[in-house]
Design a protein around this ligand. Structure first.
Ligand code: IPE
Ligand code: IPE
Ligand code: MG
Length: 265
């Protein structure tokens, strides 16, 4: 901490709308349309999208968000033209190569949600290394959903539970949560979708049971700190009842402390 007077520090800090969601999930959509509008190839949009992650990650830290989940590549995105898929895979590799050092120095703990099978072995190694290098960091958890599908996640969890011979009566919601790709993350409080669509596209199906949703037409590369603030303000104005009658501020799925409980499944 610096010895700056509080008012001066406050001038650099974004105003923090309260209550802050502990876990924010972002469906980073609209890269392709962002590029098309500029007469650029879709991959240029994906590159601009990756550049934006850093900016929003930093703002999230400043706003006091503890976990940021970003949807980067879905199990359905393999349906895209091969050139785009290859480009997206390369982009992940390049991003790890270029940004891992900075992310680590900034205290970011990277976790991965998704299937590593099906991804090139060298990229798998890069991902595993990024998790290993940053595993003791605690400033913010960056959960990268890559080759991720919510249905695949629940299926994979069920398969592991069955392989371990766990009896049906022992399979509870809590137990299943331990078998998700990243065990014991708090549930997302807020899911933001950029790019204007009103759908989940297979993102965090299990975890988002009681998440608040926020949608903006802004394409992901243009989604900035002001937009994030607006989303958090909208969240702060919501009444969460979790099936009850009166508003509650505590998400029952949020009882874990992410810095201590996050473990790669
Ligand atoms: C989202 O942007 C990023 C990924 C799915 C990888 P899109 O590529 O879906 O962009 P639009 O929806 O076509 O504009
Ligand atoms: C969702 O975007 C997946 C990611 C952002 C990675 P899509 O562009 O793939 O979603 P759909 O196809 O419009 O539902
Ligand atoms: Mg899209």
């Amino acid at each position: 901490m610096t010895s700056q007077p509080a008012e001066q520090r406050a001038a650099h800090k974004p105003t923090n709308p309260t209550p802050t969601p502990r876990h924010v999930g972002i469906i980073m959509d609209g890269n392709g349309r962002w590029a098309q509008n500029r007469g650029l190839p879709r991959l240029a949009g994906h590159r601009a999208g990756v550049d934006n992650i850093k900016r929003i990650l930093e703002s999230s830290v400043e706003f006091g968000v503890e976990v940021l989940s970003i949807y980067a590549f879905s199990t359905e995105n393999w349906r895209r033209p091969p050139d785009e898929v290859t480009g997206l895979m390369r982009l992940l590799g390049l991003t790890i190569q270029r940004q891992l050092g900075d992310l680590n120095r900034n205290g970011v703990k990277i976790v991965h949600s998704g299937r590593l099978e099906g991804i090139e072995p060298s990229l798998q190694r890069q991902v595993r290394n990024a998790l290993e290098v940053t595993k003791n960091n605690s400033r913010i958890v960056l959960n990268v959903a890559f080759n991720y599908g919510g249905r695949a996640e629940i299926l994979d969890a069920m398969r592991r539970i069955m392989q371990e011979g766990i009896p049906p009566e022992a399979v509870t919601e809590e137990l299943l949560s331990h078998y998700l790709y990243v065990a014991d993350l708090p549930d997302p409080d807020l899911i933001i979708r950029t790019g204007g669509e009103w759908r989940l596209s297979n993102f965090l199906l299990w975890q988002a049971a009681y998440a608040e949703y926020y949608q903006t037409p802004t394409y992901w590369p243009d989604f900035n700190e002001d937009e994030l603030r607006r989303a958090l303000e909208a969240y702060a104005g919501r009444q969460r009842r979790f099936g009850g009658v009166v508003a509650q501020t505590i998400n029952p799925g949020n009882s874990q402390s992410p810095a201590t409980s996050v473990a790669q499944a």
